[in-house]
Design a protein around this ligand. Structure first.
Ligand SMILES: NC(=O)C1=CN([C@@H]2O[C@H](COP(=O)(O)OP(=O)(O)OC[C@H]3O[C@@H](n4cnc5c(N)ncnc54)[C@H](O)[C@@H]3O)[C@@H](O)[C@H]2O)[C@@H](O)CC1
Ligand SMILES: Nc1ncnc2c1ncn2[C@@H]1O[C@H](COP(=O)(O)OP(=O)(O)OP(=O)(O)O)[C@@H](O)[C@H]1O
Ligand SMILES: [Mg+2]
Length: 329
């Protein structure tokens, strides 16, 4: 009986997923199912043989006077997806606020310190991925420090996810990330337009999202770009994936922060899994597809329970069940 239920759930889920994902060039349904199977392949098994930290030590760079929610959402989402430790590097003022939201986060009040770059650099050897930008704000002192943190992270080959105000910085200084193949940018509509205006010389047909995303990725030296929206479109400049998995019609703030935190973990898992598990596909694209589908599934489940009052906190409560439904059935 239980086996039958599981089987039905798995089949239903596969049907949903078949509808929800498409590749740039015409590919068969089998290809799409294979792509999703690759996302499932990168998820590390839960065993008794591991030590704390092995499944992910993720850093979030963000959190300032105005914004404390965004880095919290990203950091707690990383933990809920399956990371073992989540660090937040924020300003001195923001730290006690973020700490008070959750005892599960490790919070470093360093981002506005004159020694910010050195302080974060000390932790870099212990981090598997860095998410830069949620709730960072646009203060010049902080942005200067983040420039140094990006350079130090690249020098150590740390995967970097750039979101929100981190993308504001990249639009001013695209060279900071140009050609770094372990970077993923996650712009929303406004952020995508700003980046395109900054780095593309020729106008792109705005209605062709796939081509626009591919072109932006190419112009940035093939960094992976994930354009969030009604459909999420992602590209490494060569391949284009699209995720239209059913989400919700609520557009409350913080959903992109959930996505960036989840992506931090999935990028680590995908890179760690190696080419055999990813079958030669881009690990960053697979991680992006996983994070987009998960965020949308969280929105869908939360909306079923809370309707119009759904907020990002309700979505975060759905990370566990959504993950199981998408990737473990
Ligand atoms: N609770 C919190 O602390 C939150 C803080 N946030 C932070 O707020 C800061 C600014 O982020 P924003 O996303 O507001 O960036 P922007 O300040 O660049 O957004 C500019 C404007 O674009 C608009 N916009 C966004 N998506 C659009 C779309 N699809 N079509 C048309 N207009 C659109 C927004 O409504 C906003 O008015 C970042 O640091 C971000 O991380 C957000 O992450 C939301 C939650
Ligand atoms: N019109 C839409 N319909 C369905 N899902 C959407 C729509 N717009 C965005 N999403 C989904 O919401 C999630 C967050 O995208 P969004 O564009 O809200 O990011 P954001 O503006 O950066 O969020 P944040 O408020 O955290 O900064 C993504 O998973 C995306 O797929
Ligand atoms: Mg955002």
């Amino acid at each position: 009986m239980a086996v039958g239920r599981v089987w039905v759930a798995a089949c239903a889920c596969r049907r949903v997923l078949r509808r929800a994902f498409s590749l740039h060039k015409p590919h068969s349904i089998t290809d799409m199912e294979n792509t999703l199977q690759l996302v499932r392949n990168i998820i590390p098994p839960l065993t008794t043989k591991k030590h704390k930290g092995q499944d992910g030590r993720i850093g979030i760079v963000g959190g300032c006077q105005e914004y404390t929610g965004a880095p919290y959402f990203a950091a707690i989402s990383a933990l809920k997806v399956g990371a073992d430790l989540s660090h937040v590097f924020c300003t001195r003022e923001a730290a006690p606020v973020i700490k008070s939201y959750s005892p599960e986060l490790i919070v470093h009040p360093v981002l506005d310190s004159p020694s910010a770059v050195r302080d974060v650099e000390t932790w870099l050897p212990r981090l598997h991925a860095l998410v830069v930008g949620p709730g960072l704000g646009r203060d010049n002192v902080l942005l200067e420090n983040v420039k140094g943190i990006l350079e130090a992270s690249k020098a150590r080959d740390v995967p970097i996810i750039i979101d929100a105000d981190g993308l504001w910085l990249i639009a001013q200084h695209p060279a900071l990330i140009h050609g770094y193949r372990k970077a993923v940018l996650t712009p929303n509509h406004g952020e995508f337009t700003r980046l395109s205006d900054a780095v593309l010389r020729d106008l792109v047909d705005g209605s062709d999202h796939r081509e626009a995303v591919r072109r932006l990725s190419q112009a940035l030296g093939n960094v992976t770009v994930v354009r969030k929206g009604e459909r999420d479109v992602m590209s490494d400049g060569e391949h284009v994936l699209e995720c239209a998995h059913e989400g919700s019609s609520r557009r409350c703030g913080g959903q992109g922060d959930l996505l960036s935190g989840a992506l931090g973990v999935l990028v680590h898992w995908a890179l760690h899994a190696g080419p055999k598990k990813t079958n030669g596909s881009s690990p960053l694209l697979l991680a992006a597809l996983g994070a987009c589908s998960l965020t949308r599934q969280c929105g869908h489940q939360a909306f079923q329970k809370h309707g119009r009052s759904t907020t990002t906190t309700d979505m975060i409560a759905e990370v566990g069940p959504a993950f199981r439904r998408l990737f473990e059935t």
